[in-house]
Ligand binder design. Structure first.
Ligand SMILES: [Zn+2]
Length: 547
């Protein structure tokens, strides 16, 4: 009898523990504020993770009682959000920028000259390539010329890209290398002053000198990409939509995947070139571990800052000028046909209202053929009010960069005038049309910090908390919408929403434990990742939790 009672007790205990603590998982995170960003916008305390996937989310007690885990992490009340995806960035451009003279935040043309001179002298460079200047930061509306640059560097070629990468200031020494310099360039502009080139090359005109620039070694680029990856992971960014890569850059990404050093999910858009088209025709939808290639990037116009954006009417600050159309209608149609054939997505860079209208109408043809095409317009910056409805009618996915709105707010009205500004940076209007909005930073043109994007989208202000009352605040997104814009919506824009982008059962356990509380507020609060997890593995650790 005694034996029987002991047996019953042991049996009951085993039954109890197998019922209550029966399920074995790899990791349980509890005592956290987990923003699932699912359809119900659930906020839960705990989640269980096995084999890199989320197996359950719910209240602390439910998850703690139900699961045995190899590791339990006490979240100490910290906020957790899904891994952040930057819907529009340029890792390769940033990598090259890291290897070049950095002219970001130059406060005057003189400062640009001093920095260029020092850089040349320090490395005894025989060729100077720099990037990052922005004349609006030295209070100048017009683009500079190369007179002072020529005086400083009569015999060393110099090429200095504007911050947006859509214009370059080059000296005469470099211009002279171009045999038979044309006066007109399709999809670009060589700026002339009093009949002579001023040294400013806009959009396609930059191609004239690019072939003479010194090339970076792939190993240098790889190292720079890995540095950028660490910067991104430290902010909880686990995915990047790389907005335009060349054929040689595909190889670099493949190598980084092969040696397991690429941790980020990279959704790379192909630039339109013969070799990239061959790649697409050969591979179709290409998925190689965390690298996905299934889209083309098309440049329809240039940038507003360098007056390359294609407008329906004249620039407010330059009569008889309506910007630059980089791709012809025939080229766009051709790439669109190829994309349909390959089941590829087409992502068109459109800044001006005319560029946006051109592409919306081009996509109209696709809409008839394929309803859930998710073809995108990158930037969608200036929209003619009568064209907003076309985003909804033709199911076009807008992909925008809220930090640009803030940066451009200082001079956008000069370029566009008050009336046209109403349809510019109009993110709420775009969201109302399509129901989703992919948010990106466009780094390195703007900072890769996604919390600045969150702040700019929600408060319509920059890091310095300016403009005081926000820029066009009627176009602000709610905090929840802004969060979705950096997590789940970019995943929809890359066809991988079923795998990641929200914290839900069956999805990859890719998420960020944030260092500071995530709260909507009027003052910018910089935030960082305490931990960044991808597929249940810690890929970044800001500092160890001390409790
Ligand atoms: Zn871009």
């Amino acid at each position: 009898m005694k034996f029987f009672i002991i047996f019953i007790l042991i049996f009951s205990f085993t039954m109890l523990s197998s019922c209550m603590k029966g399920k074995k998982v790899d990791l349980v995170i509890h005592n956290a504020r987990i923003h699932c960003l699912d359809d119900g916008n659930n906020l839960v305390q705990a989640m269980a993770i096995k084999n890199g996937e989320i197996v359950e989310v719910g209240p602390d007690r439910q998850i703690m009682n139900k699961y045995q885990a190899d590791e339990f992490i006490d979240g100490a009340g910290k906020d957790i959000i899904p891994g952040i995806t930057d819907a529009h960035g340029h890792m390769f451009y940033y990598a090259k920028q890291k290897l070049r003279l950095d002219l970001n935040s130059c406060k005057s043309y003189e400062e640009l000259l001093v920095r260029t001179e020092k850089y040349q002298e320090n490395g005894n460079k025989m060729f100077v390539v720099g990037a990052g200047w922005d004349q609006s930061l030295w209070g100048e509306n017009n683009l500079p010329n190369n007179k002072k640059l020529n005086a400083l560097f009569p015999s060393i070629p110099v090429c200095l890209y504007r911050v947006d990468g859509h214009a370059a200031l080059v000296n005469d020494c470099l211009l002279k290398k171009v045999i038979n310099l044309p006066t007109n360039v399709d999809g670009g502009e060589i700026v002339f002053e009093n009949g002579v080139p001023s040294g400013m090359l806009i959009d396609n005109a930059m191609n004239l000198v690019e072939q003479y620039l010194p090339k970076n070694h792939p190993a240098e680029i790889k190292n720079a990409i890995l540095e950028i990856q660490e910067e991104l992971l430290a902010y909880g960014v686990t995915g990047v939509h790389e907005a335009g890569i060349s054929y040689s850059e595909i190889k670099i990404l493949q190598d980084l995947v092969d040696n397991k050093s690429l941790k980020l999910n990279v959704y790379a858009m192909l630039l339109d070139s013969k070799r990239n088209r061959e790649f697409a025709l050969k591979h179709g939808i290409y998925s190689y571990k965390n690298l996905t290639i299934r889209s083309f990037k098309m440049f329809v116009d240039g940038a507003l800052g360098s007056r390359g954006a294609l407008l329906k009417n004249d620039y407010e600050d330059q009569l008889n000028h309506r910007g630059v159309q980089i791709s012809s209608l025939k080229e766009m149609q051709d790439l669109s046909d190829l994309s349909i054939k390959l089941n590829y997505q087409l992502n068109a860079h459109c800044i001006g209202d005319s560029a946006n209208a051109l592409v919306l109408n081009l996509y109209h043809q696709v809409f008839d053929a394929k309803k859930d095409h998710r073809w995108r317009i990158e930037h969608a910056q200036v929209i003619d009010p009568q064209d907003f409805k076309l985003f909804s009618q033709f199911a076009v996915f807008p992909s925008v960069q809220p930090i640009h709105a803030i940066d451009d707010s200082k001079w956008a009205e000069k370029r566009l005038g008050k009336k046209r500004l109403n349809g510019a940076y109009a993110y709420r209007s775009l969201l109302e049309q399509f129901g989703m909005l992919a948010l990106g930073t466009d780094f390195p043109i703007a900072s890769l910090n996604p919390f600045l994007t969150l702040f700019a989208a929600n408060q319509r202000k920059g890091k310095d908390n300016l403009p005081k009352n926000g820029f066009e605040v009627n176009q602000s997104l709610t905090f929840q919408q802004s969060l979705k814009g950096i997590t789940i919506w970019p995943c929809f824009a890359a066809f991988d929403e079923y795998k990641r982008g929200s914290i839900e059962i069956g999805k990859e356990a890719t998420f960020v434990v944030l260092k500071k509380p995530l709260i909507e507020q009027n003052e910018f609060s910089d935030n960082f990742a305490l931990f960044t997890f991808m597929k249940g593995k810690k890929v970044y650790s800001g500092e160890e939790l001390s409790f």
